[in-house]
Design a protein around this ligand. Structure first.
Ligand code: C5P
Length: 293
């Protein structure tokens, strides 16, 4: 039997870092929204161990890959002596702040659980997910969410009215940003490192009760401080997107993707053409409905 699963990505409408913790991670509050751009994973049971293949020749397929780690952790926890063959078809850019690898890991946990007839209950999958990476538990569910702690504590959100009918435009510059680098370099920006709690709740309340125009000024990302300083092109993207009608624009996660929110999908598609016209066709873009009610 072969099982196929899509694995999506996310943007952070807000990423407010509250300080550095004793364990080296950063305490944060973030509002994450799913984005309908997908990788595809195929799973089959296999008598050997975990064997991963991928359409991208440069991507490691051993234990450096989160898919491999997730499948191995699943088999260990479920005490299954069999292995699996997994193929990963990558469309989401790497090191992009879109959580593509985290989504792959979550889809692997859910896919493997289905492939082996559900030996693990959801809380055990959530525990493995949180141990593997801060963003992974978000992808075990499908709703926008408030995430706290180091990002692994998830509260799903309903009724983000301001995004009803809206669309996301993703703009990737063709290079990635290392997440550990972005967090380490926050140390030079004390205000960004020690954000005031409560901004996430304020944004959520606006998204649930007001419109996009009133919500937009509350979009915020602490990691822009180090990343936009090193890569000024990303600030130019935002300026251009704002000047050309984006209701909101921000860097997602630790970058390098910039996203814009527009009132509808046609506006996001037009903006995609404009940004490629201005900055060159090598920019990767995706314009998709936000699917939020
Ligand atoms: O949890 P994850 O593996 O995605 O984190 C990657 C890196 O990002 C961590 O090693 C750490 O340097 C940084 N990070 C952090 N605080 C967080 C999440 C990630 O410092 N809340």
């Amino acid at each position: 039997m072969t099982l196929e699963r899509k694995s999506g990505c996310k943007v952070n409408l807000l990423l407010n870092i509250l300080g550095k913790r004793a364990d080296g991670f950063h305490e944060l509050e973030t509002v994450m929204h799913p984005v309908a751009v997908f990788d595809v994973l195929c799973f089959a049971r296999h008598p050997g161990r975990v064997e991963l293949t991928c359409n991208l020749p440069g991507l490691p397929t051993d234990s450096r890959n989160l898919v491999h780690r997730a499948a191995t952790a699943f088999l260990k926890k479920a005490v299954i002596r069999e292995g699996a063959r997994i193929h990963l078809e990558k469309n989401i850019p790497l090191a992009a702040g879109l959580g593509g690898g985290s989504g792959n890991a979550a889809a692997t946990l859910a896919g493997m659980n289905e492939l082996f007839d559900h030996p693990l209950p959801p809380p055990q999958l959530e525990k493995i997910a949180a141990d593997l990476g801060s963003d992974i538990p978000f992808f075990l569910q499908t709703k926008p969410a408030l995430a706290t702690g180091r990002g692994e504590k998830i509260q799903p959100l309903d009724n983000l009215r301001a995004l009803h009918g809206a669309a996301f435009l993703l703009v990737h510059p063709g290079f990635g940003v290392s997440t550990p680098w972005a967090y380490q370099n926050l140390a030079r920006f004390p205000a960004a490192l020690n954000g005031t709690p409560g901004r996430a709740r304020k944004l959520i309340s606006l998204l649930q009760t007001a419109d996009l125009e009133l919500s937009a000024p509350e979009f915020y990302n602490s990691l822009e401080a180090p990343v936009l300083e090193k890569y000024p092109l990303l600030a130019l993207f935002q300026e251009f997107l704002r000047e050309n009608g984006a209701a909101a624009t921000l860097m997602s996660g630790s970058g390098s993707t910039t996203f814009a929110v527009t009132g509808n999908t046609a506006a996001a598609q037009t903006l995609a053409e404009q940004i490629k016209g201005k900055f060159g066709a090598t920019c990767w873009t995706a314009a998709v409905p936000a699917h939020s009610a």
